[in-house]
Design a protein around this ligand. Structure first.
Ligand code: NAP
Length: 330
């Protein structure tokens, strides 16, 4: 089958090539999917870039131990493992092969991929394959951050830093759907987009530093970590919660790593600091699908690239100014 094969670490255009690989094998609990769309997430570009080097201990020293990137998937079931009884060939599904590590088992930047059946559900008919695929990791992370970690409910004052990106566009809409009063932080060109997603207030970070504001927030989801966590925590209410959700995507790769570490240390003191982990399971996918089907949440896609241009898709995300998601159509 055709797939985008990662030949080493470095710039996407240098290390990602269209090639031929074997179809992945299907375990008893797995589903083989004919991929129709996938999308780019942080673990993909981190594994392509291969920095910081320490991450290579997990992904593979000279090149990733699994050569195909991509975990989000939407497509058509081709075959199922013998324990899978509720999905069958021909079903349109979406979900993820994310296993919580950078060396994912089978990538979705390919004609076929496998994922555990427990991480797939039927695709809502009203969603395109691109929308469904693009919703998975970003949408679930935002859902878990707002609903479970942040406990957002009616009247919760929520600030989303990085409101116009993949996670941010979902977080703004999900926080609104939960009843929160939402402030989105983004650059000038994205103010209208973030407003259109339902944000009650928008802050243009090129004009105003939200950490110096007189406003106070119950929950801050920080997808950028471009401020010291102590500065961000200053605008929390006394019982407010900081959710650091970035190892830094500005100021150079991983410039924010020390900040993320400081935020976690700060959480041992009087500030409530909680991290978020993307958990892919059917319950969470169903909740996300319900939000998408109801129209409360829409998937913002900046650009769809064909599979052969996956390197450009990854480079687009590495620029850290994608408006919503970067998708790949197969
Ligand atoms: N916890 C988990 O399981 C999990 C899962 C997925 C992702 N994440 C994390 O979530 C973070 C966000 O991911 P993403 O997919 O949303 O990334 P993304 O799409 O690349 O985010 C881009 C966002 O960053 C903003 N931004 C860029 N430069 C900025 C600056 N100097 N100041 C303020 N904002 C700036 C952009 O706004 P403008 O374009 O308007 O500048 C845009 O809103 C990542 O760091 C990732 O590691 C965590």
């Amino acid at each position: 089958m055709k797939a985008i094969v990662q030949e080493g670490y470095g710039a996407p255009e240098r290390v990602l090539k269209l090639g031929e690989v074997d179809r992945p094998s299907v375990g008893d609990d797995d589903v083989l999917i004919r991929v129709r769309a996938t999308s780019v997430n942080t673990p993909d570009w981190i594994t392509v870039a291969g920095v910081p080097y320490i991450l290579r201990l997990q992904s593979g020293l000279r090149r990733p131990s699994t050569p195909v990137r991509g975990t989000d998937v939407a497509g058509v079931v081709e075959a199922v493992g013998r324990n899978v009884t509720d999905l069958q060939p021909g079903d349109e599904v979406f979900g993820s092969s994310w296993a919580g590590t950078l060396a994912n088992r089978a990538g979705a930047f390919a004609e076929f991929t496998v994922a555990p059946a427990s991480q797939l559900i039927k695709k809502p008919a009203g969603l395109t394959f691109e929308e469904a695929a693009a919703s998975v990791m970003s949408g679930l992370t935002a859902l878990i951050a707002m609903r479970d970690v942040g406990g957002v409910g009616p009247g919760t004052r929520v600030l989303i830093n990085g409101a116009s990106g993949g996670v941010g566009t979902f977080a703004v809409q999900i926080a609104k759907a939960l009843g929160g009063e939402v402030t989105g932080v983004c650059s000038t060109r994205n103010l209208e987009l973030v407003r259109s997603l339902g944000a009650d207030h928008v802050i243009d970070y090129t004009e105003e530093d939200f950490t110096r504001s007189e406003q106070r927030y119950d929950v801050i989801l920080d997808n950028v970590m471009n401020h010291p966590p102590s500065a961000t925590a200053r605008v929390l209410t006394p019982t407010g919660m900081l959710i650091p959700n970035s190892i830094g995507n500005t100021g150079g790769l991983f410039a924010g790593l020390p900040r993320a570490a400081r935020a976690i240390l700060m959480g041992r003191g009087s500030t409530d600091v909680q991290t978020v982990t993307c958990v892919v399971n059917r319950q969470n996918l169903d909740a996300l699908a319900t939000l998408l089907e109801s129209g409360d949440v829409k998937v913002v896609i900046d650009k769809v690239y064909p599979l052969g241009e996956a390197a450009n898709a990854v480079a687009h995300m590495l620029g850290h100014h994608a408006r919503g998601k970067v998708a790949i159509a197969v």
